[in-house]
Ligand binder design. Sequence first.
Ligand code: PLP
Length: 420
Amino acid sequence: MNYLKLDHKYVWHPYNALPSKNKILPVKKTFEQTIVLENNKELTDAMSSWWSAIHGYNHPFLLKALKKQSKIMPHVMFGGLTHEPASLLCKKLANLTKLPSVFLVDSGSVAVEVALKTAILYQKAKGKDVSKFIALKNAYHGDTLGCMGVCDPKNSMHSLYGDYLPKNIFTSISNLKQTIKKYKNEVAGVIVEPIVQGAGGMKIHSPQYLKIARKLCTKYDLVLIADEIATGFGHTGKMFACEHANITPDIMTVGKSLTGGMMTLSAMCTLKNISDTISNSEIGVLMHGPTFMGNALACAVANASIDLLLKSPWEKRVQNIERTFKKELESLKNLDIVKDVRCIGAIGVVELKCDGISQEQGQKYAQTIQDICIDYGVWIRPFGKLVYSIVAYTITNDELIKITNAIKKAVEKIDDARTK
Ligand SMILES: Cc1ncc(COP(=O)(O)O)c(C=O)c1O
């Protein structure tokens, strides 16, 4: 059956129209770091499925855990019931994050929603009636309405939803200190992506702002939320990016690679003081409870993924990836079209100069880059002026060089076309 026809007719893809405005490739199967298309073309994956497949695809250790759990109990409601995979996972997350009160949910955006709700309830429980947050320019925290409210209003979708979105306070990293001091009585907390701002611009920052945020949030009893959904589980070279600043946030959100990219699962981890303050107050409970909270299959796979990560030489692997990205992509800085090349951990970013170029032209660049990379046997999905790769830690050196070569060829071609 040609399911592409069905896709064209019925399936609404992310950040897209129906039918899709750009090419949709049919995938037959995956293995290791490879996506196999229906025409049997094999693509080396430069995206690790949006920062999630850290062990590559179809890892036998994760599949074994999935299979084992599927025979015992795929899912049971979490209201009033519990099970071993969820309890073990919460203990693991508590140990890793140093935040022992864990709330399991089903996607990254929902984890951020729960984090925001928890921060508001904590302040309410302490008699402070506030519901605003300080967030950063270029921030991205997810696509649900509460999350969009803490995404940078300029480069996100705020204008589409008008008054429906909560109003928050945005600041640059350099003004964070002054902003916290100014608004400390009006906000419940501060939300940041530590070290790497992802979908809002793929920016890499030095750790100082995290130290400032930590110090001032402690001083004024504001809740510091570190959104580690993208950065968590090793992507920046540390297990969590907050470790670059040697800080522990009050709340941490994790998702994406929590299950090694196999199942949808995320978590909000917080301090005992925060869960106690809410639980022992008049409010008494955290009013949130998704149907698929604590899904047993997802928890079993997450437990396997964390075990697999911890027993692997992941730090060394990520260091090697960073070294290769830096070495191979550096030369692109000499091209007219390239504004910046930046790399950290398993993340390599090439930012193009798109000043004075229409959004349509920018999208054409992105499509051209994707097409060229596919010709070279590499799957990449640039957005706007950002060509970036986040790879599985299990990637081989040859595969990584194939990715950086494809990126180089594609960007050089755009540069050629522009300078002609
Ligand atoms: C930092 C950050 N927070 C939240 C999210 C939302 O996660 P999800 O797409 O699983 O809802 C993302 C997704 O890219 C993210 O990068």
